[in-house]
Design a protein around this ligand. Structure first.
Ligand SMILES: Nc1nc2c(ncn2[C@@H]2O[C@H](COP(=O)(O)OP(=O)(O)OP(=O)(O)O)[C@@H](O)[C@H]2O)c(=O)[nH]1
Ligand SMILES: [Mg+2]
Length: 294
């Protein structure tokens, strides 16, 4: 019997949804950062086995929308529940179940199979887990599983329980496909992750990365090389100077780190050409958002 289905990963921002997806599919697919609001788009990560295929859907953190980008993210997260067979709802063990979490719990469709995943248990003492479980038992969760995604503790149980509850079905994607997104998307995400990691200032929400050109070329010594030109869109002049840095040092660093990761990802040499552009109000501009794929 072949099992196949979609598993949505939902929860507030920063609870570790993307980290868990990467652990479950055993690949670093989705970008992760300390800053909330890292994931902006639904990203499917595909795990195929001999007799199963699980399509995990990483979603942007659920929060109250502040602008157009925010509200389109929330809408998408809610519609993701409808297309999935199973829902993993994540909470952060450190903060426990907050009133905002409870609001999300109340919106869960009871006809779906819902698991509550209590993540980051490495951050709290063991005796503090039980009260969280007790509180969660008031809601219709089929399983309540405490884990630490970053320490890969309890994640095998999550996988086992998902497989047990997966419906019978046919594979949705070819066996060797890893994601529904293309290489171009992940190249942009790698650059964005490095900007989030390397710049200390609070600018993450103002940044978008678009890949303007990506093609294979031969270099002087006839070696194959990927030429990639990317635009980093910022909203304000001050942010432009943060990303570029003193004498261009920051942009250089972002470029070097990103290039190495992209080379690993694409398995070829890469020439990365980064440009910082001022795109005022891109988050409020429906045309721009569409262009960026949000
Ligand atoms: N201590 C600890 N930190 C974790 C764990 N899982 C994730 N993190 C950290 O939590 C932060 C947020 O992780 P993400 O995976 O980006 O969280 P997310 O839910 O995808 O966040 P958004 O995309 O912003 O909604 C990162 O700094 C992770 O390294 C865990 O089990 N323990
Ligand atoms: Mg994320």
């Amino acid at each position: 019997m072949f099992k196949a289905g979609k598993v949505a990963i939902l929860g507030r921002s920063n609870v570790g949804k993307s980290t868990l997806l990467n652990v479950l599919i055993k690949e670093k697919l989705c970008i992760v950062s300390k800053k909330p609001g890292t994931t902006r788009d639904n990203i499917q990560g595909i795990l195929s086995g001999k007799d199963f295929q699980i399509v995990f859907i990483d979603t942007p953190g659920m929060h109250r929308p502040k602008n157009l980008l925010g509200s389109s993210m929330v809408k998408r997260a809610s519609s993701t529940i409808l297309e999935s067979d199973l829902v993993l709802l994540l909470v952060d063990a450190y903060g426990g179940i907050t009133s905002e979490d409870e609001k999300i719990f109340q919106r869960l469709p009871t006809e779906k199979i819902n698991f509550l995943i209590i993540n980051k248990i490495d951050r709290i003492q063991k005796h503090r887990i039980l009260p969280i479980i007790k509180k969660a038992q008031q809601f219709p969760f089929k399983e309540i599983i405490p884990i630490s995604a970053s320490k890969k503790d309890g994640t095998d149980i999550v996988f086992k329980k998902i497989l047990e509850n997966l419906p019978e079905g046919y594979p949705i994607f070819p066996e060797d496909q890893l994601s529904d997104k293309n290489e171009k998307f992940f190249v942009g995400e790698i650059v964005r992750e490095n900007i989030l990691r390397l710049t200390r200032q609070e600018i993450p929400h103002s940044i978008a990365v678009t890949i303007e050109e990506m093609k294979e070329k031969k270099d002087k010594s006839n070696q194959r090389i990927y030429y990639i030109r990317a635009n980093i869109c910022v909203e304000r002049k001050s942010q432009k100077s943060i990303v570029i840095g003193k004498k261009g040092q920051m942009l250089k660093k972002i470029g070097e780190h990103s290039r190495k990761e992209i080379e690993n990802f694409l398995n070829t040499h890469v020439f990365l050409d980064l440009w910082v552009k001022l795109c005022e109000n891109w988050r409020k501009d429906p045309y721009m958002l569409k262009n960026l794929g949000y």
